[in-house]
Ligand binder design. Structure first.
Ligand code: SAM
Ligand code: SF4
Ligand code: SF4
Length: 327
């Protein structure tokens, strides 16, 4: 069924990203503001039952894919119950995680058929990992990644590139794709409230491709799946592939099918939206929310919540911090 959640540009929205919590066991500097964030109070966070019921409303309107994110989704109490129940709604369930708690969930993922996992890993250097995340979980994350690959999960590594932090490691990540069927997704550094964004710290799609070509020669351009948010490539002879999420220099908004739901039950039309619509309160009041969802999507702007030409601090500083949106 084609989704009924259609914006004024005729784009049907079938992909819901749910942030399960604004809590996290890491403190990545590009995501979590240095001064921390004001954490959501428990009563304002959707209960597991509320997440399931609100998700069901989205599914009935045509959502067929749900990605669980956060904060760190695997720190949410009752995660296993929730994942089972969402799978029972008949959606393709996906996960973005920092990998720390993966080993405790592989059996569940095998049971419910969740076989695609995005893991954030910005560096292959233990000391640098501690610098980026402000915590020391590198060995555990690497062990869990190896275990996931050995168990046959389809692993994508998300790498946010930042100049003079990890830009010299681009080809080290590409080397991982040689003998393993993993996909490395390089992500252009994006601005959110409090993350001290400055594009001079970013690494663009064109720069990334130049660095890879300088070492490996011409790379094969892969056909992008529908609604892809990355351009995808493969080095000749490598088993795995790589992609570039070029939200800053070459955004993929024309075909956007994504909706976000924050842990406190607010619907966001775009990653950069600084307006949001509360679905949880009307749901708690016993009202139906399907018409509210259909009306909200009509407010979606064409690209980057109206920042078509450039990222504007007056806009994104009014947005949430990434850790409370659910990237
Ligand atoms: N904690 C989980 C994780 O790290 O995978 C899920 C939530 S995290 C907010 C989701 C994704 O957003 C991660 O891949 C992270 O690297 C990415 N992200 C966070 N801040 C970003 C930024 N400023 N620019 C680009 N990507 C960012
Ligand atoms: Fe936590 Fe993920 Fe943000 Fe890092 S990127 S602080 S792991 S939510
Ligand atoms: Fe969709 Fe907004 Fe991302 Fe563009 S920036 S792809 S409109 S969520």
């Amino acid at each position: 069924m084609e989704s009924k959640i259609i914006d004024t540009f005729g784009r049907p929205h079938s992909y819901l990203r749910i942030s399960l919590t604004d809590r996290c066991n890491l403190r990545c500097f590009y995501c979590m503001p240095e001064e921390g964030i004001e954490l959501m109070e428990k009563p304002s966070i959707m209960t597991l039952e509320e997440i399931i019921r609100i998700s069901k409303t989205f599914v009935d309107l045509g959502v067929d894919t749900i990605r669980l994110t956060g904060g760190e989704p695997l720190v949410r109490k009752g995660f296993d119950f929730l994942a089972r129940e969402l799978t029972n709604l008949g959606v393709a369930l996906k996960l973005t995680t920092n990998g720390i708690l993966l080993d405790q969930h592989y059996d569940l993922f095998e049971e419910i058929g969740l076989n695609k996992i995005n893991i954030s890993l910005d560096t292959l250097d233990k000391a640098k990992n501690a610098f980026i995340t402000k915590r020391d979980y590198y060995d555990r994350i690497m062990k869990n990644i190896r275990e996931g690959i050995a168990k046959g999960f389809q692993i994508k590594l998300n790498v946010v590139l930042i100049k003079d932090v990890n830009d010299k490691e681009i080809n080290d990540f590409i080397a991982l794709t040689k003998d393993q069927n993993i996909d490395v997704k390089f992500i252009e550094f994006m601005p959110f409230k409090g993350n001290k964004w400055d594009w001079s710290k970013g690494v663009s799609e064109a720069e990334i491709l130049n660095i890879v070509r300088a070492k490996y020669g011409e790379v094969k351009t892969l056909k992008n799946p529908k609604h892809s948010t990355s351009n995808n490539f493969q080095v000749q002879g490598h088993q795995g592939s790589f992609g570039i999420i070029s939200t800053i220099t070459n955004p993929f908004c024309a075909d956007c099918n994504r909706i976000r739901l924050t842990a406190d039950g607010k619907m966001m039309n775009c990653l950069f939206a600084n307006s949001e619509i509360d679905l949880l309160s009307p749901h708690r009041n016993g009202e139906t929310i399907d018409q509210l969802i259909l009306n909200t999507i009509k407010q979606k702007k064409y690209s980057r919540d109206g920042m078509e030409l450039k990222m504007d601090a007056n806009h994104y500083e009014k947005n949430r911090s990434m850790i409370s949106i659910g990237g």
